[in-house]
Design a protein around this ligand. Structure first.
Ligand SMILES: NC(=O)c1ccc[n+]([C@@H]2O[C@H](COP(=O)([O-])OP(=O)(O)OC[C@H]3O[C@@H](n4cnc5c(N)ncnc54)[C@H](OP(=O)(O)O)[C@@H]3O)[C@@H](O)[C@H]2O)c1
Length: 298
């Protein structure tokens, strides 16, 4: 099969399309012929070496496709989305232990554009317990998770303040001083940009606010000195990890895909690329010129 293998760390050129043997399926896994493969931002950080990666192996974590083999023979021929923490998705065939059935009528491109980000967003919204009338700050609302977060918070009756690297959001986060523009009285922050200047948000928070720290788009984790949190009764939740919130995300996946399939949460696709153009796809994500998900077609 054709698959993309990472050779060292660096620019998009370290991702090379090669002929590889098809993966063997372990018990509990589904073997899937892929139809669409997602390219989330953190994979560019893995490829560049900002996030440490393991030895060379088939790259990628999110794919949608048709089940070739599974423990349950009834799954054969069904369309699923697969998620893997260990790679293998940038390929014509993937074996994965985490999967969800794609609701009827949802294309593989839309399914892979939604499965991880919509379920992460839904789990974040539930964990924060966003309520009607609250004011919510969604950082990087131009991204897949941020976009779903903004829509879910609005659907719950919250007032949503968004940031993005363009002028269409409430605040343009390309300005290094953007946090000064955040209005006071924020009840919930969905913190994905990170970095030491995240602490500037503390002054903008209402008493008993909740900070959900779930990303590091800037390349650094956010810093919040505890003194500023104690004084105002603020809760800081680190959201991530396969054994912590990963289970919550997996549990919310079917509900999230249902909201996507019934039109409540339409996914946004930026561009699709053939698998052979994987380097161009990574360059597109890194360019930050698009809005929505970049998808590879094997
Ligand atoms: N905790 C978890 O369970 C979990 C799970 C999945 C992903 N994540 C994390 O969630 C975050 C968002 O992921 P995603 O898949 O939604 O991303 P995505 O769809 O690939 O979008 C990337 C976004 O990043 C923004 N961005 C890139 N570099 C930035 C920078 N230096 N400063 C500010 N914004 C920047 C872009 O905004 P502009 O181009 O508009 O500037 C764009 O909105 C990532 O950090 C990812 O690692 C966490």
């Amino acid at each position: 099969m054709r698959a993309v293998v990472q050779h060292g760390t660096g620019g998009p050129e370290v991702l090379v399309v090669e002929d590889r043997p098809e993966p063997a399926r372990n018990p509990g896994e589904v073997l899937v012929r892929t139809e669409a493969i997602g390219v989330p931002f953190y994979e560019t950080q893995l490829r560049s070496g900002l996030i440490p990666a393991g030895p060379p192996s088939v790259f990628g974590h999110e794919a949608a496709g048709i089940v070739l083999d599974a423990d349950d023979p009834n799954l054969r021929g069904k369309r699923v989305v697969t998620m893997s923490y260990t790679g293998g998705a940038y390929a014509e065939v993937v074996a994965a232990s985490q999967y969800a059935l794609v609701p009827g009528g949802l294309s593989p491109e839309l399914a892979v554009a939604a499965a991880v980000p919509a379920s992460v967003a839904l789990a974040l919204i539930k964990t924060a317990d966003v309520k009607a009338g609250e004011t919510v700050l969604v950082e990087a609302a131009s991204g897949a998770i941020g976009g779903f977060l903004a829509r879910l918070a609005e659907q719950r009756g919250a007032r949503v303040v968004t940031t993005a690297g363009n002028t269409e959001a409430d605040i343009d986060h390309r300005d290094p001083d953007w946090r000064q523009q955040v209005p006071e009285g924020i009840d919930v922050v969905f913190e994905s940009i990170g970095g030491p200047r995240a602490a500037e948000l503390t002054a903008k928070l209402a008493p008993h606010a909740r900070i959900l720290a779930y990303g590091m788009l800037s390349g650094e984790f956010p810093v919040f000195p505890v003194a500023g949190l104690i004084a105002r009764g603020i809760t800081l939740i680190g959201f991530g990890g396969p054994d912590a919130y990963g289970k919550r995300v997996a549990a919310d996946r079917a509900e999230a895909l249902g909201l996507v399939a019934d039109g409540t949460l339409p996914p946004v696709i930026d561009r699709t690329y053939p698998l052979a153009d994987v380097a161009a796809a990574h360059a597109r994500v890194e360019s930050r010129e698009g809005v929505g998900k970049v998808v590879l077609i094997p």
